[in-house]
Design a protein around this ligand. Sequence first.
Ligand SMILES: [Zn+2]
Length: 279
Amino acid sequence: MAAPACARRSTLIEVDRFGDVTRIKMGREYQGRVLYWTAAYLVDGLLIDTGCPHTAEELTRFLEGRHLKLVVNTHHHEDHVGANHLLQQQFKIPIMASQESAPLIGQSLRLLPYQELVWGYPVPTKVGILPRQVETESHRFEVIGTPGHCPDHVALVETIKGWCFTGDLFISREPKAMRPEEDIYEIARSMKKLVDLPPEKLTLFTGLGNVAEDGRAALQSCIQYIRSLSLKARALERQGLSPGTMVNEIFGRESVLAGLTDGHISSENVVRALLRPQS
Ligand SMILES: [Zn+2]
């Protein structure tokens, strides 16, 4: 059941339901289209992630009267903590994040020009430390450390329902671009942790707003893809190719995101991550 999208000023918020889970996709419009979607999820009074600063007002307005009780940030990035400050002011509810995330969320981030344009600067907020489990009225969520995209990243999993809120750990089955600091092998290990969880069926709810009902297969497919990319990159390295040349050999061409982000999100970063020793 999809609610109609409503556009306000230069930002967009779209709301859909997936059973008991409400997906709130948010983004800033630029010349009539959203530059980059980010998503928050509302389930049983729990909000997972808060979108970017540019959409903080819209998200806060949407949450009025929806019995919000707790907010969890999957990690400290600006497109996941953007409404923290406003939500704290408006609803006086607790916000929690991992022990590693909390100090980062509490300080000013340094953003690149594209990040300021697309997402904006979050107001630093004081957040509590997540326990190993988060309970709502009807559900229990396991908090699982899933580093790789960044060291402080966690995923939330409701094991009875098989809901898996992946933050930015899982982007797609075949990611072709990443930030320079991401650890691709750590990402694969964190995904394996989720694959090994007890639920027979896993539904992924991702930070970009994609929902994958065949979550375990999606994660396994991404892990396999990383393995195969690693083999290709190592083989090309033995042939003496540079990372820039490897991008063309492996992906055909550099990602369009590289041009839009001054190289901050690029395929070359994927290649460089593949060539690092596996920690
Ligand atoms: Zn992120």
